[in-house]
Write a protein that binds this ligand. Structure first.
Ligand code: S3P
Length: 429
């Protein structure tokens, strides 16, 4: 698709429910003893894969509306081996978190599969701790397909070799089934949605600086869960409104968990004009509304501590850097190479195809920004939703427009993304 330049970005917008929290609501709802009503569910290809996955294992999910689900939990040990493999599609969160739950289904066997992109992503990082806990887990050379034989588990203390909320969550979920306590030590803080939701469901979760522990659970009970809007889906609009002159955009009901909003302080350092107002709690998470006005940006660098807090927004940071005066460097972000695409290469290629001076490093990138409108060009999404969104924001902020190859893959996380962009264009007209 071709994305024409925007005159300005104005209006009031609510993006769909948080993808990470939506996955967790369905997965944890599936092992509750009672029904869970999920409102504000972020419907997408990824989260629908999670609904299908729990259904395949014997959990009924009633779709009461587009974004309201009733998950009829089967209890902690109530999941059943499906007739065939469970299809995780493109969803790393599903594959890794579900693996932790399935490992605790004593006497049942499961096979997890995924699409080409997910099948190229590392799964040894969950297989190893689950084996240490007593599950039988077979990977295919460290990748999907994954065979999991549920077994009686024992608690472990596990120091994560990489900062990963998915791996942390996998181990904590398995810890619900273990004898004794399970502790995960994190090299850097990562998103804590699993800890929050398990505590809300009645599990005993102890959070210490740098570590989180979970006790074996007897039963879980979530009840109602209101999912806040996804900061990662809001972020492209935050950047578009920052870059397109004359913009004034409001984003409502957004999840503002500081473990997710690392892009905000980064953009603020660069000179962005972002105001948070109406701070409130939404579904057990810090939330609020955002007002964004356009601004001219200066370069800033991002290091390892900030990386997990902005992990899915780092391609957008690189685009911001392209439009900021001076050299910006990203370090300590090697994990980007293990995402839906190699996001270091995909981001650098996209920026270069837009005429930006950028280069990849082993664990990050360097961008030489110019505070002027991007010329335009083409961006190859490589089938990665976050890169497609980078391409669309670049188009809006460009002088001549951007052709985005494979723009449809935004549906992995945000099926209505292009429609929302079109609606904002009409608003500005
Ligand atoms: C996620 C955690 C992050 C993030 C992914 C979703 C989650 O991955 O990139 O999109 O829901 O736990 P890692 O923290 O595992 O790197």
């Amino acid at each position: 698709m071709v994305v024409e330049p925007a005159t300005r970005i104005v209006g009031h917008v609510a993006v769909p429910g948080d993808k990470s929290i939506s996955h967790r609501a369905v997965l944890i709802g599936a092992i509750c003893d009672t029904e869970t009503r999920v409102t504000g569910f972020g419907r997408s290809q990824d989260t629908e894969a999670t609904v299908d996955a729990v259904r395949a294992c014997g959990v009924e999910v009633v779709e009461e509306g587009h974004d309201t689900l009733l998950v009829l939990g089967q209890g902690l040990r109530g999941l059943r081996s499906p007739a065939g493999p469970v299809d995780c599609a493109n969803a790393g969160t599903l594959a890794r978190l579900f693996a932790g739950i399935l490992a605790g289904q004593d006497g049942q066997a499961f096979e997890l599969r995924g699409d080409e992109s997910l099948s190229a992503r590392p799964m040894g990082r969950v297989a190893e701790p689950l084996r240490e806990m007593g599950a039988r887990v077979e990977t295919t050379d460290g990748h999907l397909p994954l065979l999991i034989h549920g077994a009686p588990l024992r608690g472990i203390e596990y120091a994560l070799p990489v900062a990963s909320a998915q791996v942390k969550s996998c181990i904590l979920l398995a810890g619900l089934y273990a004898s004794g306590e399970t502790t995960v030590v994190e090299p850097q803080p990562t998103r804590d949605h699993t800890e929050r939701m398990l505590a809300a469901a009645g599990a005993r979760v102890v959070v210490q600086p740098g570590a989180v522990a979970v006790a074996p659970a007897g039963r879980l009970d979530l009840g109602e869960l209101a999912v806040p809007a996804d900061f990662s889906s809001a972020a492209p609009f935050v950047l578009a409104a920052t870059l397109v002159p004359g913009s004034e955009l409001h984003l409502h009901g957004v999840n503002l968990n500081p473990r997710r909003t690392g892009l905000l302080p980064i953009l603020e350092r660069m000179g962005a004009r972002i105001t948070v107002y109406n701070r409130r709690e939404i579904g057990g998470e810090p939330g609020g509304d955002l007002e964004i006005r356009s601004a001219s940006l200066v370069a800033t660098s991002v290091g390892p501590r900030e990386v997990p807090l902005a992990i899915d927004e780092l391609p957008l940071y690189a685009l911001a850097a392209a439009c900021a005066r001076g050299e910006s460097r990203l370090r300590g972000a090697g994990e980007l190479r293990a995402k839906e695409s190699d996001r270091i290469e995909a981001t650098v290629d996209a920026l270069r195809a837009l005429g930006v001076r950028a280069r990849a490093t082993a664990d990050g990138l360097v961008v030489n920004g110019v505070p002027a409108r991007l010329r335009g060009g083409h961006v190859d999404s490589r089938g990665d939703h976050r890169i497609a969104m980078l391409g669309v924001v670049a188009g809006l902020a460009s002088g001549e427009g951007v052709r985005v190859e494979g723009a449809d893959c935004v549906a992995v996380s945000f099926p209505g993304f292009h429609d929302l962009v079109a609606a904002l264009r009409r608003e500005a007209a």
